[in-house]
Structure formats: structure tokens, C-alpha cells
Design a protein around this ligand. Sequence first.
Ligand SMILES: CC(C)(COP(=O)(O)OP(=O)(O)OC[C@H]1O[C@@H](n2cnc3c(N)ncnc32)[C@H](O)[C@@H]1OP(=O)(O)O)[C@@H](O)C(=O)NCCC(=O)NCCS
Length: 181
Amino acid sequence: MLNPENNEGTKIIENEQLYLREFTSDDFDDLCQILEDKETMYAYEAPFTKEKVKDWLTWNMTSYKENGFGLWAIIDQTSHAFVGQCGIVYSDVESESLLEIGYLVNKRYWNRGYASSASQLCLTYAKHELHAKRIHSIIRDNNSASQKVAEKNGMTIIHEFDKDYSGQAIRHFVYSIDLNK
Ligand SMILES: CC(C)(COP(=O)(O)OP(=O)(O)OC[C@H]1O[C@@H](n2cnc3c(N)ncnc32)[C@H](O)[C@@H]1OP(=O)(O)O)[C@@H](O)C(=O)NCCC(=O)NCCS
């Protein structure tokens, strides 16, 4: 739960349903609930250990300083619950660094529109604050829910490639949208 008396992260952007704010170290337990969960992490190589969650938090907090963006906490406007994470990161695809919108929602809150709503805010942020010309979402071929969100964001597949998951080639799609249109 977001406690206003705690070390609250900077608010980035909002709509009626939710707002996105920077992570703080107080978010560790909420992030563990998402990143340590096997079902949530099915599209990734494996669920995270606590050590990897710590690295994830540090990676995002460093990105706020270096890039001005990263993955942010999705907070429900009414309940103030930490429902997930969504934001903008750089991702490597075959030696190219692409600007990506990423999202992971706590499974308690799936299918309530949070990822769609939060990623729409990120599209607005990328276009108007970062003046990005194009943004992507990189999604495993069997991740239908994530693909649905990308399609609702107006993205289409522009490329396919394999990511190495411990020696196994796993197909991924690069979804993309031209922000100038
Ligand atoms: C992908 C994810 C972030 C979506 O979050 P969410 O808040 O539930 O997303 P939304 O409610 O905004 O939209 C989900 C859409 O996918 C649809 N959907 C859900 N499960 C689906 C499935 N198995 N097959 C097809 N569509 C599915 C929903 O019906 C909804 O579409 P609709 O609005 O047209 O009904 C969430 O499932 C998640 O955290 N998954 C695990 C982490 C992950 O894979 N992240 C993305 C990595 S690329």
C-alpha cells in the first residue's frame, strides 16, 4: 500500500483510473509479489530471486537518473494499491537498442484494464515528453494477454527474433507504433 507518510516516489503521469510514480526502496515487497511469482513470469526465463528483484529496483532507479524514465509503479487512484509496473526502458534487440513500453501487473489485478490504461499513459509520455518518434513492445510469441495490450495500443508486429533462454531459442515479436501519426 502507498502510504503518503512514507518515502513516496515522484508522480509521473495519471488518468482517472491510476497514476504512475517512480519506485522507491519501500516497493521491494510489492515487486517481489510480481517478480517472484511463477505464473506471472511464465513469459520470462524464470521467476526472480530476491537478489534479482533488488537488481531490478536498482536498475530502474539508475535509469530514472540517467534517462529520466524507467519502469514505474502503477497505483490505483481510489485504493492506492500497488497494482503493477509499467514504463519506458531501453531494450536490446539483435544489437539495436529500442525504446520499449513494458508492463507487469500483479495477477490479483489482471484483466481490469490496468496494463492497457498504464501503457496508454506511457505512449503519451513518450510522444510529448520524450519526443520519441517510435516506441516498441517486445513480446514472447505465446504471451497472448501482452500481445492484446500491444494491439490495443495500436502497435503492429514489425520484426521477429529469438531470445536465448539458457540455450533455448525463444521466439519474440517486436510490436511497434509510429508516434508521429
Ligand atoms: C500482460 C499483462 C501485463 C496484462 O495486464 P492486464 O492489466 O491484465 O491487461 P488489460 O486488462 O489491460 O488487458 C488484457 C487484455 O488481454 C486479454 N487477455 C487476457 N488473457 C488472455 C489470454 N490468455 N489470451 C488472449 N487474451 C487475453 C484480456 O481480455 C484483455 O483484453 P480486452 O480488454 O480486450 O478484454 C498481465 O497479464 C501480466 O502481468 N502478465 C505477466 C507479465 C507479462 O507477461 N508482461 C508482459 C511481458 S511482454
